[in-house]
Design a protein around this ligand. Structure first.
Ligand code: ZN
Length: 430
């Protein structure tokens, strides 16, 4: 009963967020329309350009108009680019279609969950009711008696990926999919989202790897636009007072709104840029001092030879992919031996290594981190056109480039030949 109640509460939350994501952007566009009416019509045309007002200053009136619409054009371009990305490429991990569609299928697919095999994060998810969730039989998958859900090859085809303590990619029981590196389940929309930052009703959806750059640019231009409106309102307010005209309530409201949004968006811009330079998301920054990651790092064909002689098997656990089939029970011993040989030749062994608490394996240094989000050229930093370079996942090494933390780990475990050049990481302040 509690499970059903929780499921309904989760669905309600998603519905409320969807409604907010539709309403708040319209509200925001209404506010921009209002301040534009105040600045362009009331201040520029009626106050500065109208000779009967006694404050006629054509130069001021025209400059205010031109600058306002120029900044508004940049703001609108950024806002619509954000919407465009939200509707066309929102960073959601696509469902693989293996999620059960009927109750009987669900009963077949839902397996006993083995807490002892679970990574910490997944174990936490499993403590709640399992209504509508798909838990895996990790023990059977690991011993090769049961095939894992499709998609593991996308992880083990690379050289490094984020895994759980047993070396499996992270599983989302709600979406029934493996989570690509740096993916988190967003309970606000009920989906797994690549490099989830946060759910933002102001922009009508989830800020993720695909639109984080455009989100930063939108906040920058919104802060500039709001500050401009604030200055125009304050300037004309002073002129109005000097001429002993009565206080205009519309101007006062525009002044208050622009002050609030200038403060709010500039704060968001600074915070988001800081995260970009640290190569963190808002989610990853939570508890970042204590956060650790398990990484599966590919070894050569003979794992025991590629690990340092000082490293004992008890210190480093390994996992070999593909996990299934380990052997076939339906074929003859000769065929079985052939299959095993073929599997061995295609197999890839990974060391499972845990990072130290607080280490960010993707940290490449502030400037490289910044360029990874904002682009390589300065005009990419200002124009909301190209996607962030980190959206490109074509590398055969890893989904996202790893930094000196991983080099140091490889060196520590003897996975880099002696004499190789290794990027060094700065010591964290304790
Ligand atoms: Zn999910």
């Amino acid at each position: 009963m509690q499970a059903v109640r929780d499921e309904l509460a989760a669905r309600r939350k998603i519905q409320v967020n969807n409604a907010a994501a539709r309403f708040i952007p319209v509200f925001l566009i209404g506010i921009v329309g209002y301040v534009t009416w105040v600045v362009a019509v009331l201040i520029s045309v009626h106050f500065y350009l109208d000779p009967s007002q006694g404050s006629a200053r054509n130069g001021a009136g025209i400059t205010i108009l031109v600058l306002h619409f120029l900044l508004l054009a940049f703001l609108a371009l950024n806002y619509f680019r954000l919407f465009h990305v939200l509707f066309t490429n929102n960073g959601f991990v696509p469902h693989r279609g293996q999620k059960p569609s009927s109750k009987s299928e669900a009963n077949l697919e839902t397996q006993t969950y083995h807490r002892s095999c679970a990574p910490t994060a997944t174990a936490r998810q499993s403590e709640g009711p399992d209504h509508g969730k798909t838990f895996l039989d990790f023990a059977s998958i690991l011993d090769g008696t049961k095939p894992p859900p499709p998609g593991t090859e996308e992880f083990y085809s690379r050289d490094i990926f984020v895994c759980d303590a047993q070396g499996l990619p992270i599983w989302c029981p709600t979406c029934a999919n493996w989570k690509p590196d740096r993916t988190h389940h967003c309970s606000d929309v009920g989906r797994c989202v690549r490099k989830l930052d946060h759910f933002c009703p102001w922009v009508g959806g989830v800020v993720s790897e695909t639109n984080f750059k455009f989100f930063i640019q939108f906040n920058l231009f919104a802060a500039i636009f709001s500050t401009y409106v604030l200055i125009v309102c304050a300037y004309s307010f002073a002129d109005n007072k000097r001429l002993h005209h009565p206080t205009n309530t519309f101007w006062v409201v525009a002044l208050g709104l622009s002050a609030f949004f200038a403060f709010f968006t500039f704060g968001m811009f600074l915070n988001s840029t800081h995260l970009a330079m640290k190569n963190l998301t808002t989610v990853e920054a939570i508890d970042k001092r204590h956060r650790t990651y398990f990484l599966a790092i590919a070894l050569s064909r003979q794992p025991e030879e590629s690990l340092s002689s000082t490293t004992t098997p008890s210190q480093v656990q390994t996992i070999t992919y593909p996990l299934f089939p380990k052997s076939s029970t339906n074929s003859s011993p000769e065929n079985n031996e052939k299959n095993m040989e073929s599997t061995r030749s295609q197999s890839k062994t990974f060391a499972i290594i845990q990072t130290s608490p607080g280490d960010n394996p993707w940290d490449l240094g502030p400037y490289e981190n910044f360029k990874n989000v904002m682009g390589d050229r300065w005009w990419d930093w200002l124009l909301p056109l190209r996607y962030s370079p980190l959206c490109d996942h074509k590398s055969s090494i890893s989904e996202f480039p790893f930094g000196p933390v991983v080099d140091s780990l490889k060196k520590e475990y003897g996975m880099i030949p002696a004499g190789s050049k290794v990027r060094t990481r700065r010591r964290r302040r304790t």
